[in-house]
Write a protein of this length. Structure first.
Length: 246
């Protein structure tokens, strides 16, 4: 029998962030413990709506999604994630074993892997590591890179490096992971409701935040380059740069 080398797995998974969407609390906790011990950073939620809240705050590389979820189905969630985060790794984890369910998971949900329960923990780790290698390679020379740990944003040209505040980082993460990189002002204001105070950000304060961030971008962008963030009349804001989360 071939056994997983835990040291090699831990080294390979160090920079990978996983979101687990599973409504069975015991199974969810079991998977979190195993993946965390292997070196993954794991965020666990029990529904699609909870995942949406998580995505407004965190950058996710890999998703593990159960099909039978309360509210929005896992298949619908997979389809939506594939549209908004085409480079992400998506693993369906389900008790449904029928061939038609598998076909639907790949064709309709856009999953990279369809795994049926019960799942061997080491196999799940290897699947995630394989997808992780693909995800981390999808960076082009024209992309900016946002380091979430130290809140620095680096551009493709020498000298293009910005230091961000916590709120500026949160704003960019939300726009990066939104459909069409666009969010309404209301959604962006709500994003800061979990800050140190319970007060939501006003639209005026949001405008000032965006203006300061635009000024930072303009200071390092090349002459004639498109504005990093543009206003969308009657909606909110759109991110106009390709930014990779690292």
């Amino acid at each position: 029998m071939i056994k997983l080398n835990p040291l090699k797995a831990r080294d390979a998974s160090q920079s990978l962030v996983v979101a687990l969407v599973e409504d069975d609390r015991y199974l969810r906790e079991e998977i979190v413990v195993h993946l965390s011990a292997t070196g993954f950073v794991v965020h666990a939620v029990n529904s699609a709506s909870a995942l949406d809240d998580l995505l407004a705050r965190e950058a996710i590389d890999l998703f593990i999604i159960d099909l039978n979820l309360p509210g929005e189905s896992g298949l619908s969630l997979c389809r939506r994630l594939r549209q908004t985060l085409p480079a992400a790794g998506i693993v369906i984890m389900t008790a449904r074993v029928a061939l038609q369910d598998r076909i639907s998971g790949y064709q309709d949900g856009g999953a990279d892997m369809y795994m049926t329960k019960p799942i061997a923990p080491d196999e799940l780790v290897l699947v995630l590591l394989s997808l992780g290698r693909r995800v981390k390679k999808i960076i082009t020379q024209d992309e900016w890179s946002l380091n979430l740990r130290d809140r620095t944003l680096s551009g493709p040209q020498p000298g293009q490096k910005l230091r961000l505040t916590h709120r500026e980082k949160s704003l960019l993460v939300a726009l990066i992971q939104a459909k069409d990189n666009t969010l309404s002002s209301g959604v962006l204001c709500d994003l800061y409701g979990n800050d140190d105070t319970d007060d939501l950000m006003s639209k005026h304060a949001l405008e000032e935040l965006v203006a300061r961030l635009r000024k930072k971008f303009k200071a390092v962008q090349l002459e004639g380059e498109e504005a990093a963030i543009k206003s969308v009349w009657g909606v909110g804001y759109e991110l106009c740069l390709a930014i990779n989360l690292v």
